[in-house]
Design a protein around this ligand. Structure first.
Ligand code: NAD
Length: 500
């Protein structure tokens, strides 16, 4: 049994774990690894290492920081396959999907290599006679990231490249369900020349998270995960006077208008609903065809495609989707399908009976692609985030009905509209109350140089991940007003200073 533990001050660190738990290969259901669950003392050790590294890292020139990240980026390019294999072995996603995750994370590293530009301040001369004013960005200190299981490399890379580029030291607490990718990232950062202690990994559960939330030397917390935990992180972190950005869950709708290219929409839905077995916060889990005719035509296209889905392990490179992450999560997804049937939705394709035919993989956590029709807004399969390969069709009569449906949901992470009509698309993009919108794009994940974040119960906090929002989150501004008197004396002034 291999024990996966922490990485602190440039080396692997065993610590004194509060416990340990198994890490499974979801494709087979087997386990030969356990992850250490950090004690409060282990967390304190990591924060202390980050704090000790911070003064020198904060003073390092942004160009130096950028060059280290640039070397890290090249290592990632060279070893993307290795990282993807590690991701698949604990998460279960297909190899190509894992490679896509690595690429999207790597793009944030590329963005962060612009550190000298990103850190540029502002300067105004002669704001008063002989007086200038400047604004600079300075790092916060030690910042922490707490990440979910579904993107064990990409989501950490939404956070730490920008944090490091802007001069902070980082403590990552990855998901205990797929902890190994974080250690590769840490080793490769060290190899790229990152000074010891600037990036640290602490494995663990609630004990480790709470220790980070309460630690006075942790100045900011980035979180991505489910909404109840996101809200908890935000509340407790803010109570401790930290800057907190906590992204939560999602229920993403795709509206299909009568003028849409239906073949294109059906193909887009397949990838967006069933890719990564639906374990994406930007997965489409609700299709909203406008008019019954569109719904019928769409379902007619979807059913044979779902039947043709190749469900298998990452080891089979022809798999379209893999298993769910754990047996517990598979059981939860199946219980939602049961609930949908009980609540009166029409189960068009039932993924519950799927059995993996590949020898050696019979005990993996597979669920087949599932499709419900005639889903209504009161049903639990509509209200709740299922996070599995389950697509619900909610029929609507008009564009406005579809918009009202979306506005009635408490999640507002992403959404999409499929139409050929520019007016409709423009109105949707402008008026819809959702953070990320796609027009004929099913999973509108913003590029690294823009920022990622939803609205409503999909986010707690005032910023967004990466892009300029990431720079703002990871820095505080300092404004200095400068006068260099040359010869003239000034009298005391007791009124509010104004510069003339
Ligand atoms: P999760 O909320 O269970 O766990 C996320 C992190 O919180 C993990 O590191 C975990 O160890 C920690 N955690 C769990 N319970 C905790 C507790 N009681 N106290 C303190 N910390 C705790 O989420 P998950 O199942 O790993 O990931 C799936 C969820 O993440 C989905 O809801 C998905 O929508 C969401 N997600 C959102 C985004 C986004 O950008 N909005 C992106 C990816 C995933």
């Amino acid at each position: 049994m291999t024990l996966i533990s922490h990485y602190v001050a440039g080396e692997h660190f065993a610590g004194n774990p509060a416990g340990q738990q198994p890490v499974f290969d979801p494709a087979t259901g087997a386990t030969d690894k356990e992850v250490a669950l950090a004690s409060v003392g282990d967390v304190n050790h990591a924060v202390a290492a980050a704090k000790a590294a911070w003064p020198a890292w904060a003073k390092a020139s942004p160009l130096k920081r950028a060059r280290i990240l640039d070397r890290f980026k090249m290592i990632l390019w060279d070893r993307a396959d290795q990282l993807a294999a590690v991701i698949s072995s604990e998460h279960g996603k297909t190899h190509d999907d894992a490679l896509g995750e690595v690429t999207r994370g790597l793009e944030v590293v590329e963005f962060a290599t612009a550190a000298p530009t990103l850190m540029k301040g502002e300067f105004s001369e002669n704001v008063g006679t002989g007086v200038d004013s400047q604004m600079i960005r300075q790092p916060l200190g030690v910042v922490a990231g707490i990440t979910p299981f579904n993107f064990p490399a990409m989501v950490p890379m939404w956070m730490f490249p920008v944090a490091l580029a802007t001069g902070n030291c980082f403590v990552l607490k990855p998901s205990e369900r797929d902890p190994s990718a974080s250690l590769l990232l840490a080793e490769w950062l060290t190899e790229a020349g990152l000074p010891h202690g600037v990036f640290n990994v602490i494995q663990g559960d609630k004990i480790a998270v709470d220790a980070l939330l309460d630690h006075p030397d942790v100045k900011a917390i980035s979180f991505v995960g489910s909404t109840p935990i996101a809200e908890y992180i935000h509340t407790r972190g803010c109570a401790n006077h930290k800057r907190v950005l906590a992204l939560g869950g999602a229920k993403n709708h795709m509206v299909i208008m009568p003028d849409a290219d239906l073949d294109m929409a059906a193909n887009a839905l397949m990838g967006a609903a069933y890719g990564s077995a639906g374990e994406r916060c930007m997965a489409i889990s609700v299709a909203v065809p406008v008019t019954d005719a569109v719904a019928d035509a769409l379902i007619e296209r979807l059913v044979p495609k779902i039947a043709a889905l190749k469900i298998g392990p990452a080891a089979d490179r022809s798999s379209d989707m893999g298993p769910l992450v754990t047996a517990q999560h598979r059981d939860k997804v199946v219980s939602y399908i049961d609930a949908g049937v009980r609540e009166g939705a029409e189960l068009v394709v039932d993924g519950r009976g799927f059995r993996q035919p590949m020898q050696g993989y019979e005990n993996g956590y597979y669920v087949g692609g599932t499709l419900f029709d005639h889903v209504t807004p009161d049903m639990s399969i509509y209200r709740d985030e299922i996070f599995g390969p389950v697509l619900s069709v909610v029929r609507r009569k008009t564009y406005q009905d579809a918009v009202d449906l979306i506005h009635g949901h408490h999640y507002a992470n992403g959404t999409a509209i499929f139409t050929r009509d520019g007016d409709t698309a423009r109105a949707f993009a402008q008026d819809i109350e959702v953070g990320m919108v796609g027009v004929n794009v099913p999973i509108p994940v913003p590029m690294a140089f823009h920022s990622f974040g939803g609205w409503k119960d999909s986010v707690f906090g005032d910023h967004a991940m990466h892009g300029m929002e990431g720079v703002r989150f990871n820095t505080r501004i300092k404004t200095t007003t400068l006068r260099w008197p040359h010869g003239q004396r000034s009298d005391p002034q007791f009124t509010m200073p104004t510069l003339g």
